[in-house]
Design a protein around this ligand. Structure first.
Ligand code: HEM
Length: 173
């Protein structure tokens, strides 16, 4: 596959996932009859994000020390945890719809700033993660390294801000 086709594919997959999430959260009519049976899922999702964060940091330390096999293992685990998060997120929001933030005062703009940065940077991170993997899979490690140095901090921000959004909703929902 040439680069142009691969990048078009990555763009399409990313846009499809992101559009689906936006529809799920903001455009779909409110879920009726949401129950408590999935109340544990947001905490599990926050744990997936925490595990992803740990894998990303460990994977970075590994490659800096020249441990390539450990780097690959950590990054693939980070991907797996992010995928688990995505599945949990979709399942939960299918059942519950959007979760409303009830905090008032100064905490409210701070929460929305955090949420908006989380959503916007998730949209940016998705194609970058796939492109980083694409270069690694093709053993194009200098391209991989170049984009990965931007992908990694973005992915870390998305994971950590996901945990903070969960904590804020628990504290003020
Ligand atoms: C999306 C997941 C991945 C991310 C975010 C990522 C991140 C990184 C980063 C940040 C570096 C540069 C470290 C530095 O500053 O020196 C790097 C280097 C490297 N990564 Fe990854 N990586 C990922 C997946 C993979 C995979 C799947 C492989 C193997 C197939 C791999 C193999 C390598 C190698 C060999 C280097 C060293 C490149 C060189 O020094 O020229 N990475 N990666």
């Amino acid at each position: 596959m040439n680069d142009r086709n691969a990048k078009a594919g990555i763009g399409l997959v990313s846009a499809a996932i992101f559009s689906f999430l936006l529809w799920l959260l903001y455009l779909r009519p409110d879920a009726a009859g949401a129950s408590d049976r999935l109340a544990w899922v947001p905490a599990a999702n926050a744990s997936f994000n925490a595990a992803c964060t740990a894998c990303l940091l460990l994977g970075l330390v590994a490659i800096r020390r020249g441990a390539r096999a450990l780097h690959v293992c950590c990054m693939l685990c980070a991907l797996l945890f992010s995928a688990c998060f995505l599945v949990g997120y979709v399942v939960y929001h299918f059942d519950h719809g959007d979760t409303h933030f009830a905090g008032q005062g100064a905490v409210r703009p701070a929460y929305f700033l955090l949420l908006i940065s989380h959503v916007v940077l998730t949209a940016a991170a998705l194609p970058m993660i796939l492109t980083t993997l694409y270069y690694a899979a093709g053993r194009r490690f200098s391209d991989h390294r170049r984009i990965a140095r931007r992908t990694l901090p973005l992915w870390l921000y998305v994971s950590v801000s996901g945990i903070l959004v969960f904590a804020a909703l628990r504290a003020w929902a």
